[in-house]
Design a protein around this ligand. Structure first.
Ligand SMILES: [Cu+2]
Length: 121
């Protein structure tokens, strides 16, 4: 029983990207009412992405529901927040603002598109 618990504890630990790993790609996104720039991002399958998030006005949020990511982006002039995301093998991943920021808050969304793996000939 103990072994099973240890196994799951290790699996959970390895499931999160360790801080000393070098990201495959660093992508800066600027949030402003009520959009992200860029709002559509294309990455390679399986890449470890580090997002650098800043705001050009008020505080915003950055949530990737399918990855369990939800961080607050500080208001303009208050710095940046970095968050890592491991791209899956395929698909389209939605992200959205998670901090009420005004009338267009519910429209503040974006997409991470995973490139199709190129077939070897
Ligand atoms: Cu918002």
């Amino acid at each position: 029983m103990k072994l099973i618990i240890i196994f799951f504890a290790c699996a959970a630990a390895f499931g999160q990207p360790a801080d000393d790993r070098k990201p495959d790609r660093i992508i800066s996104i600027e949030a402003e009412r009520f959009t992200y720039n860029p709002a559509r991002i294309t990455v390679n399958p399986g890449e470890l992405i580090e997002f650098v998030l800043t705001s050009d006005d008020t505080g915003h949020g950055f949530r990737i529901p399918s990855a369990g990511i939800d961080v607050a982006i500080p208001a303009r002039g208050r710095g940046e927040i970095r968050v890592r995301f491991q791209a899956p093998a395929s698909g389209e991943i939605a992200f959205e603002c998670s901090r009420p920021c005004g009338a267009g808050h519910n429209l503040m969304r974006g997409t991470i598109l995973i490139k199709k793996a190129s077939k070897k000939s």
